[in-house]
Design a binder for this molecule. Structure first.
Ligand code: BG6
Length: 540
């Protein structure tokens, strides 16, 4: 049972008075007494400018589960500026006090590390509720006035960060209203305006282009932060360091040494309470178009000239553009879809997808997709990339596996065990780490070879907890760093690959769903897809 914290309802003025009474001037904030020694050496210098965080969809699930806990963690570790406030916009009839009580409850449920009472109180008193309908001009007119007042009352430098955690259908409407009120206009002597949007960014190439157009009528691309939360994961960020911060891997990272690459995003969960959303989405739109394509482009990209956001994104874009949109025949041959039947996950019986709440009992939505792609460029030509994702698979495991070519000449052909080729596996989650497999002689008088592994795990190598992806991404958007956000052309390039798959499926005979039992690794056709090339999926 979560207890509701009593929350006072100060006005912006009382916050300011309290702050002035405390120290009276701009400084690095120390919101509360507790100092975390593990923060030493982290991003101590990177505290964002003062700003107001304007959260649309503040009463929704995403805000409660991800956005508020991430903000609270940033606050707890003194990574938010002291002159910071949040305006939460939603339709439900809250006032500041009742909304804060709700948020307090969510924080108790969802925070990685609980805030102490004082820090929580200070955080919550910077949260203000603004009730209104996203389609109603009045919502924005009153919001404009409120923001103006806040800029005057608090030293937020007229900086505004809009965060759209709403249904995607509301994006164009909200963006147009922000434009109508001129809230997107950056102020000459400072005063930045940025907008963060959640996926899904469109549902096919045309709708993504339309959305980009609507977005860019109001904001410039340099103001837009499109979230793919996989890019904020510690292990995914480390992929860049692993590849480009070390000298020994890059020379092997090409068609000469790599046999193939497997990228898996497997989930043991089903669709939970998102049946209605998932019916419209399916695995290819939900994960293949974004998370898997992003992982693929990070694995396959050329080293960027600098670590600047656009240098990085240019290289990722080139990878996506080097993947030819699949023809209908290629979709038939190289893409497998599946839908889970009832089964057992971790010893617990679970329902079929078609029996989940808000799901059509005859649904043809895929909950699994596996595909084979090739990146037709100088580095990767001829190296297959096998991608798979699914719900209700045997376990939760996301991994990138680089399978190297076999030795050119088997010197130890007499060995009684078949040595497996070298493998480098980057475990994105859980059990985050990197594993290198190589053959080793079994001790003894004979000459048997067995695969052994060298294993790096974050848990044992570092004594500190990794931040949640949302903490990283929200902080980066406040700092104006777009490196880990997808650019309009990247999103469109990914849809250019995925939309032909949906188009081909529309023309193809209806799939025989359900075709895999919950708790397995997906349909048999997915195994056949890779076995056809003489390879097999890694057991995770
Ligand atoms: C989201 C998808 O983008 O990613 C979900 O919409 C999926 O369906 C989730 O469960 C997976 O993210 P994570 O971080 O749990 O691997």
């Amino acid at each position: 049972m979560v207890t509701k914290a009593p929350v006072a309802i100060p006005t912006p003025r009382t916050i300011r008075e309290e702050r002035l009474a405390r120290d009276g001037k701009r400084r690095r904030p120390t919101h509360h007494a507790e100092v975390n020694p593990l923060r030493e050496g982290l991003r101590l210098e990177r505290v964002p400018d003062p700003h107001v965080f304007v959260l649309f969809g503040a009463t929704g699930d995403l805000s409660h589960r991800k956005v508020f806990p991430a903000l609270a963690q940033l606050w707890r570790t003194n990574l938010l500026p002291a002159d910071w406030a949040l305006v939460a916009i939603g339709r439900r009839p809250y006032d500041d006090g009742t909304f804060r009580m709700d948020i307090a409850e969510s924080l108790h449920r969802n925070c990685r590390v609980q805030l102490d009472e004082e820090a929580e109180h200070q955080f919550l008193e910077r949260v203000f509720y603004h009730r209104g309908d996203f389609g109603d001009d009045a919502t924005y007119d009153t919001l404009s006035r409120k923001l103006e007042e806040m800029h005057l009352e608090q030293e937020t430098g007229s900086n505004l960060l809009f965060y759209l955690a709403t249904q995607p259908s509301a994006f164009p409407m909200i963006v147009a209203e922000i434009g109508r009120c001129g809230l997107d206009h950056e102020v000459h002597n400072g005063g930045w305006r940025r907008i963060v949007i959640e996926k899904p960014f469109g549902r096919d190439l045309d709708s993504a282009k339309r959305l980009n157009r609507e977005m860019l009528k109001v904001f410039r691309e340099s103001q837009v932060y499109r979230i793919d939360h996989y890019l904020g994961k510690e292990t995914v960020r480390n992929l860049l360091v692993f590849r480009f911060g070390n000298g020994i891997f890059e020379p092997l990272w090409n068609r000469r040494y790599v046999d193939h690459i497997q990228i898996t995003v497997a989930e043991s969960l089903g669709v939970e309470d998102r049946g209605a959303f998932y019916e419209e989405t399916g695995a290819a739109r939900d994960v293949l178009q974004n998370h898997l394509m992003q992982l693929l482009s990070l694995v396959a990209m050329e080293p960027p000239a600098t670590f600047a956001a656009d240098a990085l994104r240019d290289e990722k874009l080139k990878v996506l553009r080097a993947i030819a949109p699949p023809t209908r025949q290629e979709v038939q041959r190289d893409v497998v879809r599946g839908q889970y039947d009832k089964g057992w996950v971790a010893g617990v019986p679970v329902k079929a997808y078609r029996a989940e709440p808000e799901v059509d009992p005859e649904s043809e939505t895929e909950t699994f997709v596996a595909a084979r792609f090739e990146v037709d460029d100088w580095r990767w030509s001829g190296v297959p990339f096998y991608l798979r994702t699914g719900k209700r698979l045997a376990k939760r495991a996301s991994e990138i596996a680089i399978q190297f070519r076999d030795v050119p000449h088997r010197l130890f052909a007499d060995s009684t065990t078949d040595p497996q080729p070298n493998l480098l596996a980057i475990r994105v989650q859980p059990d985050e780490g990197i594993l290198l497999r190589f053959g080793s002689k079994v001790p003894g008088l004979g000459l048997d070879i067995r695969p052994v592994t060298m294993d790096f795990t974050y848990g044992t190598a570092f004594s500190t907890d990794a931040p949640d992806a949302y903490e990283t991404l929200i902080l980066d958007s406040m700092l104006g760093d777009q490196s880990l956000f997808t650019r309009a052309d990247e999103v469109e390039a990914a849809w250019t690959i995925v939309t032909p798959i949906h188009d081909a499926w529309l023309d193809m005979p209806q799939p025989e769903f359900p075709n895999y039992a919950a708790g397995t690794w997906g349909p048999e056709e997915a195994d056949e897809l890779i076995q056809r090339d003489g390879r097999r999926w890694r057991r995770l």
